[in-house]
Design a protein around this ligand. Sequence first.
Ligand code: PBE
Length: 300
Amino acid sequence: MNFTKKLASVSAVSLLALGLAACGDSDKDKGSAGSDKSIGEQVDYKITGIDPGAGIMEATERAIDDYGLDKWTLTSGSSAAMTAALKKAYDKEKPIIITGWTPHWMFTKYDLKYLDDPEGSYGGAEEIHTIGRLDLEKDHPEAYQILQNFKWDEEDMGTVMVDIIDGEEAEAAAEKWVEDNQDKVAEWTEGVDKVDGEEITLAYVAWDSEIASTNVMAKVLEDQGFKVKMSQVEAGPMWTAVADGSADALLAGWLPVTHKTYAEKYDGKYEDLGTSMTGVKIGLTVPEYMDIDSIEDLKE
Ligand code: PBE
């Protein structure tokens, strides 16, 4: 916590203390630090989610079940709406519970923590897989090779994401990362022939992490001579597009848990081209200033 923030919370506490002294009895409606309301009451038993097709939404419904959170609801919207709600709550140090994942710039910009998940509703360490359509190797061997070689880490993706949230266009942020990381790109493209305008379609969802990865790969493939189309869709249609061959690949295959339902539904209709990142994670996320540590604490 930085000094200004500390000052702000100190003064909030003393104002609250003054208020209590003036009222002479405890005020149960404060709904923030110092409140004796349960976390559920403070946030109206609401978990702020993202687009309905996201795997983290399915995992959260599972968590609601696994932990017996009968009074709780998961609201859906978009990742942009969720991070806007987070900013609004965070700026006022209000309680909020969101569906978070890493890598994501929100963990860079705010002090956040995952709630412990002793039931394992969200799985453990996840990986991001690159998923190609059947026959991609035959039709576009050069793209196939590059997609198979694609590997980067949390810091790489974080750099692109933070540039975007700080106001850079996604394409420009990706271009900058590619320029600054020619050694990594060279590993992906080593020994791969250039092509002349072959068309490649990458399907993706407007999740911050996938906006970053898809723009970077689009730039790398373009530099290789491909004409790349980025097709922004919802999660279900993204998997369908690769399974029915209308898209060539997706970079957003979070497995083994997050996209398990999609991966099983389309089993045999795609090729797993490998892992681009390991040690990624999804889970319920709250600001550090909230006084809870585990999903179990939501039962109270
Ligand atoms: N995410 C980001 C996605 C996968 C990538 C965690 C929001 C999901 O939940 O499906």
